[in-house]
Design a protein around this ligand. Sequence first.
Ligand code: 2AM
Ligand code: CA
Ligand code: CA
Ligand code: CA
Length: 259
Amino acid sequence: MSEREKLKQTDQLIRGWLSDVRQTVIADLHDPLSVSEKTSRKDLVTNIDKANEKRLVAAIRAFDPQAKILGEEGSGDHVTDMKGHVWIIDPLDGTLNFVKQRDNFAMMISLYIDGVGVLGYIMDVMRNIIYGGGPKLGVFANERRLESPPNISLRDGLLGVSGPMLVHDKYHLQAIDAASSGVRIIGSAGIEFIQVLTGKQNGYISHLMPWDFAAGKILAEQLELCVTKVDGTPVDMLSSNDVLVSTKDTHKDIVNMIR
Ligand code: 2AM
Ligand code: CA
Ligand code: CA
Ligand code: CA
């Protein structure tokens, strides 16, 4: 079997894991949640975050027992380097949206080998669409291949931002807002990445953990989008970063305004 055929099989397997976990989320969607605060009343974890992570970790362990797993809720490993196979998972992204809206949340999985992004997946759970693929496969929204979005400038597009960063005017975000066609705040990094992948937004800026951007980075770069820290330097896969994902022209515009 060629490397590409193997990756295609793995792609189908991962899509299956996400679909299986989604089914349990949808089946229990209106059951009472067990919610606890992590760092604040705006930073929550539910029984669903934890259950999803356990299921995804079990699936990855059965498939790739030697691999390291970096997950938000602690069912994975303590990962200190990107050597070998590293799976990065966010079992429920946009937990506050999940709790308050039962909408606009995602699940994300990615595989890095020796630090290189190989496969990335973002599932929009309520729309039942998996955006996934990688450098050897291209990017697909379920069965539909995605083309690179148009390279629009800051002025001509809608920019996704983090609410707290906009309020605190971090990186002159209010001036960047004024220079764009407008800003949008969705509250799920995964859903924000999808907006950029599909050309509905020309970029997104937020303070993110590795599991928030690991899958989106692989997909965005495959579609000729830029993923860096907001100052234009490379992101660190093992710590938090102020991340900018955008079209090439918007990237130039924003990095110039920030520097
Ligand atoms: P989460 O829901 O998986 O925690 C908006 O809050 C976005 O930023 C979400 O994608 C959220 O992911 C992510 N995020 C990153 N760090 C966060 C933090 N300290 N508190 C809340 N959300 C955070
Ligand atoms: Ca969280
Ligand atoms: Ca997240
Ligand atoms: Ca999460």
